[in-house]
Each structure stands twice: as C-alpha cells, then as structure tokens.
Design a binder for this molecule. Structure first.
Ligand code: SF4
Length: 276
C-alpha cells in the first residue's frame, strides 16, 4: 500500500471526479510506477488512496460519435460516501445540491424553475424525456402538461402509478420556444442525468423520443432504427419509443408506442393489466 502526500492525493482525487463527470465510472487496475504518483516519505495513507492510480476504461460512446460534440467538464461533485450510495433518495438529494442554481449552460437564462426529476428514488422503471416545456418550467416538475397527461395514461396502461416510476429529462431547464436542446447544452447537462440513473439504478429505462435516445445511447439515428429492441445503458435495459408530444401530434403512432411499452413490461416481468 502506498502513501501519498496530501497535495498529490487531492489532485488525483480531483482527476477521478473529473473522469466521473465525463461518465467514466469503471476502472481497471495497473501497477503504479514512481512516475505516476509522487510518494511522500512519512506521509500518512488512507486505504482509498490506492485507487487513485487506477485508470478509467472508456465506456461512453458519445465522445466517439463525431456528430455529437464532447461534453464539457463541469464543476466536480464532492466524493460520495458508501452510505449515501446505498440510499437512493440521499444520493439524488446530493446531485440536486451539486446542480444548485445552475448556470453551466445558456438554458439557465430563460428558465423559471429548474426541473430536476420526479418519482420514486428506487423506481424499477425510469422515463427520460428531452427537456421541460412551459408547464414544467412553471411548476418545476417533469411532464405535467398535456404530454404529461398522456405519459400518465401510458404508465397507467402498464399497470403502474406515476409515483412508482421516476421521470427525468436530458436537460433540466426549458429551451426557448421548446426547441431541441443544442448539443453543448445537452452534453453539459446530461452528466447529471447519468448520475441520477446511477443513484436510482432502474432495471428499465424508456427513452422518450430522439433526443433522449441520442444522448443515452450516444448515437444519432432515426427513431425507427432504435425502436423495437432492447439496448443497454449503465446497467439498465433501455427501450426507445416516441415522445408523448409527438404522439399528441400524431395519435396514430400510439399503437407503436404501446408495442414499445410492452417490451418494457416484459423486461420488468409485468403482466398485462386486466381490462375493466
Ligand atoms: Fe444547468 Fe442543465 Fe439548466 Fe444547463 S440545462 S443551466 S446544465 S441545469
């Protein structure tokens, strides 16, 4: 076990937190050489300092896709204790505190309320949309407008209540005129969503629409090519379907969306609700 002087230890911990912001959370070990870390004679060591020499194993493909600009580094979150990681609600509260009164991207300029997310912190099922609209911006809650009512109906059709799932968005502040978030806005905000996913640890994620699918899967593809199969993301099964706002514009696609939700139900082991 090595001893690190406090300054080296602090610098390397900051590096680890930076990797985490980029979505790199899996590490492999390799022996440390003296050129990797400065060893301070007589300095006290802690057990966790050994992990500082580990290197990240790239897992995010967003950076590999030239059509999606890489995420910008953000202010690093404080280290998360094991106890908090076990407590889903406490982990979510910590993420909310880290976001604070966020000005990390231009979307903060037009927002009334930041929309963090809503639902059961231990939900087995997570829905991810694009970003808040006018109603959500006014109330600070995701999917509360007409699209939200349709999403509630979709959740009900699965035999679940809204309180049993968790709902979040790629960006937490409303884009002007409900436009699609710009890549730099989505890439700046989405690491918070990824941390929410890590805190909730859902079994199934349903990406609502192309923007959610793009930033979760790290690839820009027509929705048709992504629907109808099970992807994986951060330990969860990921299913892609239409955004409720699109279904309001084109209700004929509701049947297709229901087929997607049935895939989610199958993955969750849910039975089709009895017809009343
Ligand atoms: Fe911050 Fe996200 Fe809002 Fe941008 S959209 S200001 S990154 S919370």
């Amino acid at each position: 076990m090595r001893s690190l002087d406090p300054a080296t230890r602090q610098a390397l911990e900051a590096r680890l937190r930076f990797y985490r912001e980029l979505g790199l959370t899996e590490f492999y070990r390799r022996p440390a050489s003296t050129s990797d870390v400065a060893v301070a004679e007589g300095a006290s060591a802690s057990a966790s300092a050994e992990t500082i020499v580990d290197e990240p194993q790239a897992q995010s493909s967003i950076e590999e896709n030239p059509s999606i600009p890489p995420r910008k580094p953000m202010l690093s979150p404080p280290p998360v204790s094991e106890a908090i990681e076990q407590d889903h609600a406490a982990a979510l509260r910590l993420i909310r505190e880290d976001i604070g009164d966020c000005t990390r991207c231009a979307l903060h300029k037009g927002r009334n309320k930041l929309v963090f997310g809503d639902g059961d912190p231990k939900a087995r099922l997570l829905f991810v949309g694009e970003g808040p609209g006018a109603d959500e911006d006014a109330q600070g809650l995701p999917f509360v407008g007409r699209g939200g009512q349709l999403l509630n109906n979709m959740i009900g059709a699965m035999g679940l209540k809204r309180e049993q799932v968790y709902i979040a968005n790629v960006v937490k502040c409303r884009p002007p005129q409900n436009r699609t978030p710009e890549p730099d806005e989505a890439n700046t905000c989405s690491p918070f969503l990824f941390r929410q996913i890590d805190a909730i640890r859902p079994e199934v994620i349903v990406a609502l629409g192309a923007t959610a699918a793009t930033y979760l899967l790290g690839q820009r593809q027509p929705l048709a090519g992504l629907r109808g199969r099970v992807h994986s993301f951060r330990g969860a099964k990921l299913i892609v379907t239409y955004h409720p706002a699109f279904l309001l514009r084109d209700p004929r696609q509701k049947k297709e969306a229901w087929a997607d939700l049935q895939i989610a139900m199958r993955e969750l082991g849910l039975k089709m609700p009895a017809k009343s």
